[in-house]
Design a protein around this ligand. Structure first.
Ligand code: ZN
Length: 272
């Protein structure tokens, strides 16, 4: 079953997590229903891509009205395709939300168990990975392009949570809308990294289409790495949405030749 379900034209939400925990809001935005123009049309949520700051903030306000967590409680990052992950608390509220310059530096993953904080990261093809531990109420989100994926950002999140006393077997993971293997052709440089981390894996998440060209399934690769980190396969759900194929719903950095807006992956506990 598809884990991401369209709630309004502006966003998909994680149906099953939302049904089980009405106080949890977790989802992924579309490119529709916002105020931005031209290549950012219309729900661009990235402050760093050359769009008008004012319009991006208007877009954020619109989403906050829909999901009912105020923008002053959102947290955003300067994403660098690295594997740095930060535990977020109330004191970080609002960082990176209205001005890119005060984003949390050099960070591609967030987690928290505090209520009233919305963890947000920007995407246009890279893989959004959502994490939930029901018992401790820990929630997290990561941004995994090929670099973050092969350097192990998914494993990094599981390790951080293990240090918090959480058993990986209890962690639920959802892998969200991102580029599919048909739309994502990479070269030997990338595949060399993938091969190194998958020596023991029988079914490879890539497929050679010609000399030096491969289709790479980044969602599947992250799933494999999560299982290697101790997450149960039955606890991982993967979307069928592709940011490039589903052009009516999503921006795609690759499809749009680098000129595009950004979707937002988000997760947060509403205040009681
Ligand atoms: Zn595709």
């Amino acid at each position: 079953m598809e884990p991401f379900v369209l709630k309004t034209k502006e966003y998909f939400y994680l149906l099953q997590w939302g049904n089980e925990f009405p106080q949890l809001t977790a989802g992924f935005t579309t490119k529709n229903g916002g105020y931005s123009k031209e290549e950012f049309s219309s729900l661009n949520l990235g402050l760093h891509v050359g769009d008008s700051n004012e319009l991006v903030c208007k877009n954020k306000q619109k989403l906050s009205d829909l999901i009912q967590i105020q923008t002053t409680n959102w947290v955003a990052a300067e994403q660098t395709h690295g594997i740095n992950i930060k535990k977020i608390s109330k004191s970080d509220s609002g960082r990176g939300t209205f001005e890119y310059s005060d984003s949390i530096r050099d960070t591609d993953g967030f987690y928290t168990s505090e209520k009233g904080i919305l963890l947000t990261l920007c995407y246009a093809d890279c893989v959004p990975i959502y994490f939930l531990d029901k018992k401790s109420k820990m929630i997290g989100v990561a941004h995994a392009g090929w670099k973050g994926t092969v350097h192990g950002i998914a494993r990094e999140m599981i390790q951080k949570w293990t240090q918090e006393g959480i058993d990986p077997k209890n962690i639920l993971v959802a892998i969200g809308p991102s580029i599919c293997e048909k739309c994502y052709i990479v070269d030997d440089f990338v595949i060399d990294f993938v091969q190194k981390i998958l020596e023991d894996v029988e079914e490879k998440p890539y497929n050679q289409i010609k000399e030096g060209q491969y289709q790479l399934n980044l969602k599947q690769l992250n799933k494999i790495l999560l299982i290697q980190s101790g997450v149960l396969e039955s606890n991982i759900s993967v979307t069928n949405y592709c940011s490039s194929c589903h052009h009516n719903e999503f921006f795609s950095h690759r499809r749009d030749y680098g000129k595009s807006g950004r979707m937002m992956g988000f997760i947060g506990w509403k205040e009681d």
